[in-house]
Design a protein around this ligand. Structure first.
Ligand code: AMP
Length: 337
């Protein structure tokens, strides 16, 4: 199966990016039947507020982080979106077959245009069209993403269907694939997804120091009652966990061992849980889990040529496939003989 997914270079990776997407990328890369394409979505990142002076370092940092986590240019095609400019040509063609009303429905566009009300640029609006081109130019079939991206993958499926109906069957219809943890919540506002745009203390970054991890988890919200739209059913007569607590348990299930989870669940059910203790164990487990990663990232950043080489090799492979698709699309559309 052809797998494709990307990540924006807007800062370091956080636990939401890891558990929602990148962990899945590593598993998919292991399966020899998959052809994986993973890219740094630098064009997409221009739709948000950014500092030109910081952008290149952000690209380099996230490129290093993906390598440090185990993405392997020998197994997957790793590339930088803007190094394959054909994608913007395909996006233009998709722009001309995508109804505006479909883009107006996008919840990310609505959220982001409220958050950056001084910068509601056209790129923010047509972002899902570029994303459709990102997927379809490599004839992608499956897109491993977090829950917040599912609507965009559906738009890519719609773009493929519009194209096929108008110009003849050409694209396969892509679908999203989710992990068991498609939405990790903010530490401080657990009714919202973990996101850099809420602020650094809402997230744990994979490269945070042990002291930072401990400090952030100590501040994490625990019992504040159920979320507004959380179902109030009780599960086997157990009290409903508040969203902050259930987020911490979710992290413990992923980074701790079964013994940790059992102990704190038993305490929770008995009404005897000490959150300070849970937080201490969780901070330690996350610190240990990413200790190797932190060292590898540092080493890679000292050797930026190695990082660039890994991605430029992938960019060349991606360009070849993208050019082929674009040539065929231009013929189908009637731009070429
Ligand atoms: P982005 O940083 O928006 O480029 O997102 C990169 C990937 O991480 C996408 O597949 C997102 O769906 C995923 N992601 C971002 N935030 C979260 C979160 N809080 N929980 C789960 N997945 C997430």
């Amino acid at each position: 199966m052809r797998i494709i997914s990307g990540i924006q270079p807007t800062g370091p990776l956080h636990l939401g990016n890891y558990l929602g997407a990148v962990k899945n990328w590593l598993e998919l890369q292991r399966n020899k039947n998959n052809e994986c394409f993973f890219f740094i979505a630098d064009y997409h990142s221009l739709t948000e507020n950014f500092e030109p002076k910081e952008k290149y370092n952000q690209i380099l940092e996230i490129s290093a982080e993906l390598l440090a986590l185990g993405l392997d240019p020998g197994k997957s095609i790793l590339f930088i979106q803007s190094q394959v400019p054909q994608v913007t040509e395909l996006a233009w063609i998709f722009n001309c077959i995508t109804p505006i009303s479909f883009l107006e429905r996008m919840t990310q566009y609505k959220d982001k245009s409220q958050r950056q009300s001084q910068n509601v640029n056209a790129g923010l609006f047509t972002y899902p069209v570029l994303q459709a081109a990102d997927i379809l130019i490599y004839r992608g079939e499956a897109v491993p993403v977090g829950k917040d991206q599912v609507q965009h993958v559906e738009l890519a499926s719609d773009a493929a269907k519009f194209f096929n109906n108008r110009f003849g069957e050409y694209f396969k219809i892509p679908k999203a694939i989710l992990t068991q943890t498609p939405k990790i919540m903010s530490l401080l506002k657990p009714d919202k997804k973990m996101s850099k745009s809420l602020g650094a203390d809402h997230c744990i970054f994979l490269s945070d120091s042990p002291a930072e991890i401990e400090r952030k988890i100590k501040k994490a919200v625990t019992d504040v009652g159920p979320a507004k739209n959380q179902k109030l059913t009780t599960n086997n007569q157990q009290p409903v966990m508040s969203p902050g607590v259930s987020n911490l348990f979710l992290l413990l299930e992923n980074f701790g061992d079964a013994k940790d989870v059992k102990k704190f669940l038993d305490d929770y059910r008995a009404g005897a849980i000490k959150y300070a203790e849970l937080k201490e164990v969780l901070a330690k487990r996350i610190t240990d889990y990413f200790s190797d990663f932190r060292k590898k990232k540092e080493a890679l950043l000292k050797n930026s040529e190695k990082i660039s080489a890994a991605y430029s090799q992938g960019s060349k492979k991606a360009q070849k496939i993208a050019s082929k698709t674009l040539g065929e699309v231009k013929r189908l559309v009637g731009l070429r003989k």
